[in-house]
Design a protein around this ligand. Sequence first.
Ligand code: DQA
Length: 144
Amino acid sequence: MNSILVLNGPNLNLLGTRQPEVYGSTTLKDIEAACVARGEALGCAVTCQQSNHEGALVDAIHAAKGVHNGIILNAGAYTHTSIALMDAIASVELPVIELHLSNIHAREAFRHKSYIAPVAIGQICGFGANGYMLALDAMKQYLG
Ligand code: DQA
């Protein structure tokens, strides 16, 4: 059975109350429960983690090697700044789908740059919480 890590970065623990006009009103807890349920429907084990700390996210990516078959990553603002996350993804050679609730390309210019995109198999953004379901479907198909 394939195992997929859903990894969320800084400030995503505040989903539900954080700028709901941008990120929606679904909490991270609800998103994680929906991811686990979608995984069950797809025949995949889904594990969810969240950290506000860049190094902890690097550690989680390293620890995924040999444990998970793919990662769905919403790196939050680290998407736009973190060479360390980019290098971690390149190092573990696991398929990563970059995920954002909002359409980062329709927002401020600083959000258009992604350090994750060059090392991801693809990017899903702009579909709110449903993006996690789309990403799980895509990862399932990618892993075969
Ligand atoms: C985000 C988009 C980022 O630009 C922002 O810093 C976030 C959330 C999203 O899911 O839309 O924290 O990754």
